[in-house]
Design a protein around this ligand. Structure first.
Ligand SMILES: NC(=O)c1ccc[n+]([C@@H]2O[C@H](COP(=O)([O-])OP(=O)(O)OC[C@H]3O[C@@H](n4cnc5c(N)ncnc54)[C@H](OP(=O)(O)O)[C@@H]3O)[C@@H](O)[C@H]2O)c1
Length: 305
């Protein structure tokens, strides 16, 4: 536990930066619940799956390959199912959704956790900038393909980042979603994480009148494999800062698990959470016209994939 997290007080939910995934689920029985987690084999996804399983949930964990997902799921305490979901490959995402639908699962939560950060040079998937595609479009495709499989009080949790504040000036560069008209690794990451929040906001608007919830979260800053693209200097810096400023993986997974399964989050539909509490996000995230436009554009993108 770092010095900074130790000094931060808990928020109105009773949880804060110090809280771990085990702490926020203490006393909860998730027996009979089914939770889908993308990116199960590393970092925050792995810790989320471990703790969900510990509390009795049936975890559906996805990784790039079925073998990778099954290998990870075999080590979990409770029943767990590994599925392939290579986010940069629409066929893989669709096949994952089809398997879940065909198996007849009712999903109590989906945690859209997998992500990449700051790929140094422009890379594309299906003609779109890779971070936008992996972090946003693929999760949009997965979730919208599974809307009929979500339990009547199911929750969608989209893992975003405080870095959404560093999205390009206008928010989402709709005229440059390929990255071909200019690419900055960090602005592209910020844009993809802004898209995560806008997706959750618009989804929540569409859930109005039901008990379904959509939320987005910032997990904190945690030394995981996410920083692999920042080179060895970036990794060294993270490791140096960890004891003073950073969260542990156990703390980092707490906010997404709070949002996904804690009764206290049932009143937080549409919210953006950090340290297990609803917090403010950038002005772009509360622009319903931008959220609707992103939804419409995302629908068109996945229709054409
Ligand atoms: N760590 C932080 O400080 C921090 C801060 C803010 C937000 N976040 C967010 O938290 C989430 C989890 O990140 P993390 O820190 O746990 O990072 P991580 O350890 O790198 O885990 C990311 C996971 O996403 C998977 N993934 C990446 N690209 C994929 C693809 N194309 N298809 C399928 N799976 C893919 C990775 O699989 P492979 O291992 O096979 O690549 C890995 O399992 C991300 O959305 C990230 O943006 C993290």
């Amino acid at each position: 536990m770092s010095l900074a997290t130790r000094l931060k007080p808990a928020g109105p939910t009773g949880f804060g930066a110090n809280s771990t995934a085990e702490k926020v689920t203490e006393g909860l029985s998730l027996k009979g619940k089914t939770v889908l987690v993308t990116g199960c084999s590393s970092g925050l996804g792995a810790e989320s799956c471990r703790v969900l399983s510990l509390r009795g949930a049936h975890v559906l964990g996805t990784a790039r390959t079925r073998e990778g997902a099954e290998r990870f799921c075999a080590g979990l305490q409770n029943r767990a199912t590994g599925l392939a979901c290579e986010l940069s490959d629409p066929a893989s995402v669709r096949s994952c959704a089809t398997q879940i639908r065909d198996a007849g699962y009712k999903l109590d939560a989906i945690i859209c956790n997998a992500g990449i950060m700051a790929t140094p040079a422009l890379q594309q998937a299906s003609g779109y900038e890779l971070q936008f595609f992996t972090n946003h479009v693929a999760h949009f495709l997965l979730v919208t393909s599974l809307l009929d499989s979500i339990a009547s009080d199911g929750r969608i949790v989209v893992v975003s980042s405080s870095y959404h504040k560093f999205a390009p000036k206008g928010g989402i560069q709709f005229d440059n979603l390929s990255g071909g008209r200019g690419y900055s690794p960090w602005a592209a990451y910020g844009q993809s994480k802004l898209a995560n929040i806008l997706f959750a906001k618009e989804l929540q608007r569409q859930f109005a009148g039901s008990k379904k919830l959509a939320m987005s979260v910032h997990p904190g800053v945690i030394p995981t494999k996410l920083a692999r693209n920042t080179g060895s200097a970036g990794q060294r810096l993270l490791n140096m800062l960890a004891p003073v400023f950073l969260k542990t993986v156990q703390q980092g997974a707490a906010t997404q698990l709070f949002a996904a399964v804690h009764p206290g989050a049932a009143v937080m539909g549409g919210a953006y959470l950090a340290d297990c509490n609803a917090v403010r996000s950038s002005r772009h995230t509360v622009d319903p016209i931008l959220a609707r436009k992103l939804w419409d554009v995302s629908e068109r993108i996945v229709r054409e994939l």
